[in-house]
Ligand binder design. Structure first.
Ligand code: ASP
Length: 305
């Protein structure tokens, strides 16, 4: 059985034009999944990084200085391999730089100027990731700050509807996870979120694969992705595991998030405690129309500060 589950980030729209890009991404990954798990995940994320509709690659959210700095990571759970880039700039597909790091070096996390230098050495051309829409949103947010007001832009999406992406895969032999993000609106230059932190916002093992979206600092401080793995190892269904992890995140940090996980039986769990969390699941080449992430917001809202 070949399975790919992909999410489009916390508070991202579930409108057709967004879901179609997520579906296209799963199909691109599916073509490669039986041959190579890592290449399949890279293909999924490249589609999303190339689309301005998601907060990754081109169209990423801007930091306080008006620049795009991105994090991306990939884990091959079966092979116990991990690689990530953090606060990388001026490349179109950070996930491909992370994959090159995994394939060609023993380094597992490369950040900032070092990551950009490595990308150039590997032939990734300089690319602008600032979209006009995000630039306009950044100007508005900065003007609000200058007036002493809280920016009205969604912290995760910058605009109304687009955010971090991630996927989990199962090819019958092993699990994997991959994630890519521009972070959140007006983040400090150099800030690194949970996406490239193994056990924080991403994890995969022989037993489970997990990707997270939401307040990165909270995911890191609670090691939520590793917590999901521990729950699945102890025998829980991935749906129970992600719901436990999200309740714990809300309880410990009062934070919003979305979590997508899969186990080695190909069972999937997805839950969130915000407005939206679009997820597409592809099983043996077919989109599963019946899959819906569970929204815990009504239950957890009283705990959110
Ligand atoms: N988790 C990401 C970060 O903190 C942002 C997000 O998922 O919206 O960088």
């Amino acid at each position: 059985m070949d399975i790919i589950a992909v999410h489009g980030g916390l508070d991202t729209s579930r409108e057709r034009e967004f879901m179609e890009v997520l579906e296209e991404a799963t199909l691109q990954g599916y073509r490669l999944l039986s041959a190579d798990r890592v290449q399949a995940m890279e293909a999924v994320l490249r589609v999303l990084e190339d689309s301005p509709r998601f907060n990754c690659g081109f169209g990423s959210i801007l930091n306080l200085d008006g620049e795009v700095e991105m994090d991306a990571a990939i884990v091959d759970g079966a092979a116990h391999r991990f690689a990530a880039v953090a606060a990388i700039r001026l490349v179109r597909n950070p996930i491909s730089v992370a994959c090159a790091l995994m394939e060609k070096t023993d380094t597992v996390i490369l950040a900032g100027d070092g990551a950009v230098k490595f990308a150039r050495q590997e032939g990734f051309p300089e690319a602008n990731c600032v979209s006009e829409e995000q630039l306009e949103a950044w100007h508005q947010a900065k003007e609000s700050l200058a007036r002493g007001q809280t920016p009205t832009q969604n912290i995760f999406t910058g605009l109304e509807y687009h955010d971090t992406v991630g996927c989990v895969v199962w090819d019958g032999a092993g699990l994997g996870a991959a994630s890519s993000t521009g972070g959140f609106s007006l983040k400090m230059p150099g800030r690194v979120g949970d996406t490239p932190i193994l056990g924080g916002g991403i994890f995969a093992s022989a037993t489970s694969a997990t990707v997270c979206t939401g307040v990165g600092e909270a995911f890191i401080e609670t090691l939520s992705a590793k917590y999901v793995d521990e729950q699945i190892v102890s025998g829980l269904h991935p749906q129970q595991a992600v719901e436990f992890a999200l309740r714990r995140l809300a309880d410990l940090k009062g934070a919003e998030g979305g979590i997508l996980a899969m186990d080695a039986e190909g069972r999937i769990g997805a839950a969130f405690n915000a407005g939206r969390f679009p997820v597409v699941v592809l099983v043996d080449g077919r989109i599963r129309d019946d899959f819906k992430p569970v929204n815990l917001k009504p239950e957890l809202d009283p705990e959110i500060n």
